[in-house]
Design a protein around this ligand. Structure first.
Ligand SMILES: Cc1cc2nc3c(=O)[nH]c(=O)nc-3n(C[C@H](O)[C@H](O)[C@H](O)COP(=O)(O)OP(=O)(O)OC[C@H]3O[C@@H](n4cnc5c(N)ncnc54)[C@H](O)[C@@H]3O)c2cc1C
Length: 459
C-alpha cells in the first residue's frame, strides 16, 4: 500500500492531503524560508500521531510538526519534504485544576484561548508572546518562547510540568508529572522544551498557572539619548524593582509607529521605555513611582504613569504595532524576519543598541530596534524589496553582523524565536562543545533523522 493510502487509513481521507495547492499553504511559516511537504496530515489523537510517526520511521520519511506556522526561523518548514503534521486539530483544554495550580492542554490550543479560559478563575499563563492570538501552545513550548512579561515571570520553560511526547520510533512517553517539583531522573521535560520538533512530537502539555495580579500600572518614559534608555533598564532592577514588563522602542520604531497610527502621537525622541509593574495596589503605586523616579534620574523627559485599564491598553496597543510598522518607513518593501531576536546581558544593552545603529549606518539600511529590553531581548526590523538580489545581500550581511555582535557581547542569537534553519550556522560559535552533545542526543533518539531534519544546526 502506498504512503498516502496508509495515511488515509490512519486519519481518514478528510484529514490528509497531497494536493499541491494545500501543500503550498504548508511550505512556509512567518520567516523567509521555504520548503514543500509531500503530505499534510491533521491528527486528532496521540494514537494517530504515534501511528503516523511509526509509518514515517518504517519508510524513513521526514516528519515536521506544525502549530500555527507563526515561527520566525523556519522551524515548521519541511526542508526535506515528507509529512507535515498540522497539530491545530488537537486544541482542547482537558483540565483546569486550580487546586493544583495547573492545566492540561493539547498542543494545538491557541495561546490567547488558554488565557481567556483562565481569566474567570483569576489565573493566567504568564509567558505572553506578541503572537498570542495566533500561535499554539505546542509551537511555543517547542520554541521555548516567551514575551513581554518574561522579565518577571520567566519563559515557557518555567511553566512546563509534564509533556506527553511521541518519540521518533512512535513510542509515547511522559516526561514529568503533576508535582510542582521533582528530583527524579534526567529532566526530559526541559530537553523537549526548545527542541523544535527535532526529538519528538508533543501531544499533551501539563502547565503551571499563576494568579492574576490585583493591580498593574505602566510607566512611559521618553529619552533624547538611546543609550541612556538602555542604561535605565538594569538601573531599575539594581534598585530592587522587578517590573512585570520593560519594553523599548528606538527613534526609528517610534517614527514608524506614528506613521502607522497618527493618533498615537508619540513625542519625537531617541527612545521610549514602557515599563509595567504589577502586584497589590499599594506596591504597584510605590513601584511605579520609583520606576518613574529612576527614569528621570537617568535623563528621561515627559515621564507619565498610567493606572487605568483603558490607558494601559492603549500603550500596549502602540507597542504591539511595532512589528508591523516597519513597512510604513519603507513603502513597497517587505519586512524580512532575520537577525531579529538577539538577546544580551542587561549590562550590554547600551552597547548592543550602539552596535545596531553602527550596522545600520555601515550597510545603509534602515533598522528599527524595539523589544523586551527587560530581559535583554532586542528585536530588529528591516524591510527590503524581496525581488532585488542586492538588497537581499545587504540584508543578510547586516543580520550576520547583528548576530555576531550579540555573541561578542556574551549574548545569544535567539532570545525566544528559536534557531530553526535561519540561525543554525551560529550554533557552533554560541555553544562550542555543547553542540556536539546536542548532536549526540539527537543521533541517539532519532538515528534515522526523521524528526524535522536540517534544523537547530544539528547537521
Ligand atoms: C507578529 C509575531 C509576533 C511574535 N512574537 C513573539 C514573542 O513575543 N515571543 C515569542 O516567543 N515568539 C514570538 N513570535 C514567534 C512565534 O509566534 C513563536 O515562535 C511561536 O511559539 C510559534 O508557535 P506556532 O504554533 O506558530 O509554531 P510553528 O511556527 O508552527 O512551529 C514552531 C516550531 O515548533 C515545532 N512544533 C510545533 N508544534 C509542535 C508539537 N506539537 N510538537 C513538537 N514540535 C512542534 C515546529 O516543528 C517548529 O519547529 C512572534 C511571531 C509573529 C509572527
Amino acid at each position: 500500500m502506498d504512503i498516502f493510502t496508509r495515511l488515509q487509513d490512519i486519519v481518514t481521507s478528510s484529514r490528509v492531503s497531497n494536493d499541491p495547492a494545500e501543500l503550498y499553504c504548508y511550505s512556509s511559516d512567518a520567516s523567509y524560508i521555504k520548503g514543500t511537504p509531500d503530505y499534510v496530515v491533521m491528527p486528532r489523537t496521540t494514537a494517530e500521531v504515534s501511528d503516523i510517526v511509526e509509518l514515517a520511521q518504517e519508510n524513513r520519511i521526514p516528519v515536521v510538526a506544525r502549530g500555527a506556522g507563526t515561527g520566525l526561523a523556519g522551524g515548521a518548514v519541511p526542508l526535506c519534504g515528507g509529512i507535515v503534521l498540522d497539530m491545530s486539530r488537537m486544541n482542547r483544554i482537558l483540565e483546569i485544576d486550580i487546586r493544583n495550580l495547573q492545566v492540561l492542554v493539547e498542543p494545538g490550543l491557541v495561546h490567547a484561548d488558554l488565557n481567556r479560559a483562565l481569566e474567570p478563575y483569576g489565573f493566567f499563563f504568564p509567558p505572553d508572546p506578541g503572537s498570542s492570538e495566533m500561535c499554539t501552545m505546542g509551537g511555543l513550548i517547542a520554541n521555548r518562547g516567551s514575551g513581554m512579561r518574561s522579565v518577571k515571570y520567566g519563559t515557557v520553560t518555567d511553566y512546563v510540568l509534564d509533556l506527553e511526547v511521541v518519540m521518533p520510533d512512535g513510542a509515547v512517553i511522559r516526561t514529568g508529572g503533576m508535582v510542582m517539583k521533582s528530583a527524579s531522573g534526567y529532566d526530559l521535560t526541559s530537553l523537549m522544551v526548545g527542541s523544535e520538533g527535532t526529538l519528538g512530537i508533543i501531544t499533551l502539555a501539563r502547565l503551571k498557572i499563576h494568579p492574576l495580579p490585583e493591580a498593574r500600572a505602566a510607566v512611559l518614559a521618553h529619552f533624547n539619548d538611546l543609550e541612556a534608555a538602555g542604561r535605565t533598564v538594569p538601573a531599575i532592577m539594581e534598585k530592587g524593582i522587578m517590573p512585570s514588563a520593560c519594553e523599548l522602542m528606538d527613534s526609528t520604531t517610534i517614527k514608524a509607529v506614528n506613521m502607522y497610527d497618527a493618533n498615537l502621537a508619540i513625542p519625537d525622541c531617541e527612545a521610549m521605555l514602557l515599563i509595567e509593574v504589577d502586584g497589590s495596589p499599594c506596591s504597584v503605586e510605590s513601584g511605579a513611582a520609583r520606576v518613574a523616579g529612576c527614569c528621570r534620574e537617568l535623563g528621561a523627559f515627559n515621564v507619565t504613569i498610567a493606572f487605568s485599564e483603558a490607558e494601559m491598553k492603549e500603550l500596549w496597543a502602540a507597542r504591539r504595532l511595532a512589528g508591523a510598522a516597519v513597512t510604513r518607513l519603507n513603502p513597497g518593501r517587505t519586512r524580512v524576519y532575520i537577525g531579529e531576536d538577539v538577546a544580551v546581558p542587561l549590562s550590554a544593552i547600551p552597547e548592543m543598541l550602539r552596535e545596531i545603529r553602527n550596522i545600520s549606518k555601515r550597510h545603509g539600511l534602515t533598522i528599527m530596534t524595539y523589544g523586551h529590553a527587560g530581559d535583554g531581548n532586542l528585536h530588529t526590523g528591516m524591510a527590503i524589496d524581496t525581488r532585488d538580489r542586492e538588497q537581499w545581500e545587504v540584508l543578510k550581511k547586516a543580520a550576520d553582523d547583528i548576530h555576531r555582535a550579540a555573541l561578542r557581547l556574551h549574548g545569544t542569537v535567539s532570545g525566544e524565536h528559536g534557531i530553526g534553519s535561519a540561525r543554525g550556522i551560529y550554533m557552533n560559535q554560541e555553544h562550542g562543545g555543547a553542540l556536539n552533545v546536542m548532536v549526540s542526543i539527537k543521533r541517539a533518539l532519532d538515528p534515522h533523522n526523521i524528526m524535522n531534519p536540517l534544523k537547530v544546526g544539528l547537521e
